[in-house]
Design a protein around this ligand. Structure first.
Ligand code: ZN
Length: 436
């Protein structure tokens, strides 16, 4: 028997061939994980964006993946400074340190693990509610495996990626330095597919499933593109402003600086270069920095501008830019999406009507039992079971047994203590409403 977690069609054929399997029976499960919502967010100020996202997660378990050890440590430190129970995890730490983090995460003592790809093998924690990619991963297989660590209990979970095209450029340059050969070719192909996923304007899930050879044509309704479809607008005038500003600063500066000139910022560097005197200075002050960065990224992606890697990523105009500058062609771009995507539709679907206060009490009890028995909390009961208790509010052993995840053995072991907490909660609620 040959087993694999995540393999595309080519890899599967490769496995059969190398193991010399003659006419094997192939069992292939679906790659779809409908409870995971895939969201890409344009990366501007990732720490602030991460904090903003975490604020929507109300203390639930999650993993933040970064592409380097240094980044892992920086991000973990910032979260800890912000009073979040976070821990770093990477291959540069000792075995004991890593084992401690893994154990503390399993037990909900650590809420968020900030990690490199080294984290995850053998992690089978069902109540990971979100996975954040602080940087774009190197291939779709990694992305899929890492996001797949969220929501194993089947409850709604989030997979969020912060995407900056220059991160992708950096990965391309790292790959360039490797020796030529078939391995490099494969990696390059996979990196391109990852880039195409990030730039896609169609349903993320369809792109993912197609990549693994699972073809569908119905959009999922539970990814950022489905929930907040990109809208195109006539961007001719804005593109002209952006492109001519690149021209006016002599095609010698990067995105950040050019945007500062366009927005009429007053700083030493701009004054020194005399760029506060040029005609495009301040022409775009009605929009935010992030807005313009998004416009520039689209102009690069569409081939009107190139970033000269050899000259510290300065922007240069391409031939394509000429007709736009002369006003000979109109240009449509996507309205920049700033901040978190609206999530009303799926939130309503994912929202269940249960007693949140009771749920918090049941979680607390579960944690106390788990600590006493020296086991992870989800082994006592998983989140889905606790939510159902807070929804059905059982008051007898019989009703308790009707809750999913409560069997005879667990009922005998934990039934009474959970029923006690529920009863206390009801009595308290009752007297509160009675006495106002
Ligand atoms: Zn979708």
């Amino acid at each position: 028997m040959a087993l694999t977690a995540t393999a595309d069609d080519t890899t599967r054929q490769d496995i059969c061939q190398r193991l010399a399997l003659a006419d094997p029976h192939v069992y292939l499960g679906s790659f779809d994980r409908p409870n995971i919502r895939y969201t890409l967010i344009e990366k501007h100020k990732p720490l602030a964006q991460l904090t903003q996202f975490l604020a929507t997660q109300s203390g639930q378990s999650g993993i933040v993946y970064c592409n380097s050890r240094k980044r892992v440590e920086q991000v973990a430190e910032k979260l800890i400074d912000g009073n979040i129970r976070a821990a770093a995890y990477h291959a540069g730490m000792t075995n004991e340190q890593r084992a401690w983090v893994q154990e503390a995460f399993q037990r909900d003592d650590v809420q968020i693990v900030v990690a490199t790809v080294a984290f995850g093998m053998g992690i089978n924690k069902p109540n990971v509610r979100f996975v954040v990619h602080y940087d774009i991963p190197r291939n779709i297989e990694s992305y899929y495996q890492e996001t797949g660590r969220a929501g194993r209990d089947g409850l709604p979970a989030e997979a969020v990626m912060f995407y900056d095209p220059s991160d992708l450029g950096w990965l391309h340059r790292c790959l360039e330095e490797k020796p030529d050969g078939p391995q490099k070719q494969v990696e390059s192909h996979k990196l391109n597919a990852m880039g195409a996923f990030a730039e896609a304007l169609t349903c993320r899930r369809l792109v993912l499933l197609n990549y693994f050879g699972e073809y569908r044509n119905q959009p999922c309704g539970n990814c950022d593109v489905c929930l907040d479809p990109p809208t195109l607008f006539d961007a001719t005038e804005q593109a002209q402003k952006a492109l001519s500003c690149v021209y006016r600063v002599n095609q010698s500066f990067g995105v950040g600086y050019t945007v500062e000139v366009l927005r009429g910022m007053q700083n030493q560097r701009i004054k020194e270069h005399g760029h506060d005197k040029i005609s495009t200075y301040g022409l775009g002050k009605e929009f935010s920095h992030e807005y313009w960065v998004s416009i520039f990224r689209q102009l690069i992606h569409r081939g009107y501008l190139v970033q000269n890697i050899a000259r510290s990523s300065v922007l240069q105009l391409t031939e394509e830019a000429r007709p736009v500058l002369r006003g000979e062609v109109a240009l449509e771009l996507a309205v920049p999406r700033l901040g978190l995507a609206p999530r009303t539709k799926a939130d309503k679907l994912g929202k269940r009507n249960y007693d949140k206060k009771l749920f918090a009490k049941l979680r607390k009890l579960r944690k106390a039992i788990a600590d006493e028995e020296d086991i992870p909390p989800y082994v006592v009961f998983n989140d889905a079971t606790l939510i159902e208790m807070a929804e059905m509010i059982p008051t007898s052993q019989g009703e308790m047994l009707a809750v999913n995840g409560v069997g005879q053995r667990k009922l005998e072991k934990y039934g009474d203590v959970f029923l006690d907490v529920i009863e206390d909660h009801i009595t308290l609620n009752h007297s509160e409403s009675h006495y106002g």
